[in-house]
Ligand binder design. Sequence first.
Ligand SMILES: [Zn+2]
Length: 70
Amino acid sequence: MGAIAQQRRVSKTRKLKRRTHYKITAPGMVVCSNCGELKLNHRVCPTCGFYDGKLVKEIKVEEPKEEESK
Ligand SMILES: [Zn+2]
């Protein structure tokens, strides 16, 4: 059938504003509902170990080693 005709010319402003208002975070990244940190969607939060509102994995908090000065 007929060729696809251009419907409307995109204005200079609109062209420049393209993709400025989304993809602020990486794809598949969501804000953790527990701690508010960015985490991968459908993954256990690496920061707090929560997934779907439940504590799935306990995150070990590494204590900074104090070096003894002699
Ligand atoms: Zn979290």
